[in-house]
Design a binder for this molecule. Structure first.
Ligand SMILES: [Zn+2]
Length: 365
């Protein structure tokens, strides 16, 4: 066990899975006897298996723990910060392991195996990747797709540089293999955005079904949101974030919700490596590469955006990352950055630009 003292004044105990005392698997959580305060009366230590973060419910102990194997990226980051001298403690405090034999017996139940990707999803992704260059050309030649982008305030060059694609029905009809045509049918007439994830590349696609030039975005949204219509957005497996590759991200990034919000920020002058759209994908803390030092959370102004903001802010702070919040103002000009951009112009992005500049100054100073 290694005790890390963060800059925020918290103590985090980094523990190994083998140190957990007689752990019990309870779905999403594992409960264990707390080896930090040495309890053997009840399993007061509760750890989320997905994030690796846990907490001791004994009021006198109140420890925050991180199981290293369940969240190796953050564990590594914290240990690096520790040895870079951010910590106020001169040396790690290792403590002896107890009850190791009991622990080892129950280990297999704790290992959560990644689910295998179904064959059809593997085929779907392979088919889309093989058409990437053709879909790029299709966007350049499709007046309709460009008209849609234009009405969302996105110039063609910004879309192309960001890897945006278009899959017209004719491209699917021209495929020789009947199997490929069937696999890709649900992607026809969609604008595609490339996604990055630790599991590899993917796509998310927005349907243009029955969209007409001049149609209001919210009117098209409600048209698609009715039963038996194509889903507005679909994703491959793996999905991921819409942004540059993880190792190319800036050390300060701004997180937004939607693919069009990201493009809007790029149009307004943000650098591509600094803007990431979650596109409905969670923000697991172990996806943040260790070189990321600060994050602006600029989600939608609705309830969903507010909930995600408080959840992710907590996780990032626990991992020692600086956080600034920048929700769009609660007014009549729209809940997300793209809508506000279309209605208010460049002025609408001033809060985001200021929060981002402010954070970079803080981290660089
Ligand atoms: Zn405890």
């Amino acid at each position: 066990m290694l005790t890390i003292h963060t800059q925020q004044g918290r103590n985090i105990e980094i523990v190994l899975q083998s140190e957990l005392c007689d752990p019990l698997n309870l779905g999403e959580y594992v409960r264990a006897y707390c080896h930090i305060h040495g309890s053997d009366h009840q399993r007061s230590l509760s750890i989320n298996k997905t994030t690796g973060w846990g907490h001791c419910f004994n009021a006198a102990c109140n420890a925050t723990v991180l199981v290293a194997e369940w969240n190796p990226t953050v564990a590594k980051r914290l240990i690096q910060l520790y040895y870079r001298g951010f910590s106020s403690v001169p040396s790690p405090s290792y403590r002896s392991q107890r009850k190791q034999s009991t622990v080892l017996v129950s280990q297999p139940v704790l290992l959560h195996l990644p689910k295998a990707t179904p064959k059809w999803q593997q085929d779907e992704l392979a088919a889309l990747l093989s058409l990437d260059e053709q879909m790029r050309k299709a966007l350049i030649h499709s007046q309709r797709a460009q008209a849609y982008l234009n009405e969302r305030g996105i110039p063609l060059n910004v879309a192309l540089v960001s890897g945006v694609r278009y899959l017209p029905p004719a491209m699917i009809n021209n495929l020789e293999a009947q199997k490929q045509r069937a696999i890709l049918r649900r992607w026809e007439e969609r604008i595609l955005f490339p996604l990055a994830s630790p599991a590899g590349k993917g796509y998310i696609g927005r349907s243009l079904w029955h969209w007409q030039p001049g149609m209001d975005e919210n009117a098209h949204k409600s048209l698609l949101d009715q039963p038996r219509r194509p889903r507005r957005w679909i994703k491959t497996n793996p999905a991921g974030w819409f942004g540059v590759d993880f190792d190319q991200l800036s050390s300060s990034i701004i997180l937004v919700e939607g693919a069009f919000d990201r493009l809007t920020l790029l149009v307004a002058g943000f650098d591509a490596p600094g803007v990431v759209a979650l596109v409905g994908t969670a923000a697991p803390i172990d996806w943040f590469p260790p070189h990321i030092k600060s994050v602006v959370l600029a989600f939608d102004g609705d309830l969903g955006g507010q909930e995600a903001t408080s959840r992710i802010e907590e996780q990032l702070m626990q991992a020692g990352i600086h956080v600034r919040l920048c929700l769009p103002p609660q007014d009549r000009w729209g809940k997300d950055w793209n809508e506000r951009w279309r209605r208010l112009g460049p002025e609408s992005l001033r809060p985001a630009l200021e929060a981002y500049a402010d954070l970079r100054k803080l981290v660089c100073s």
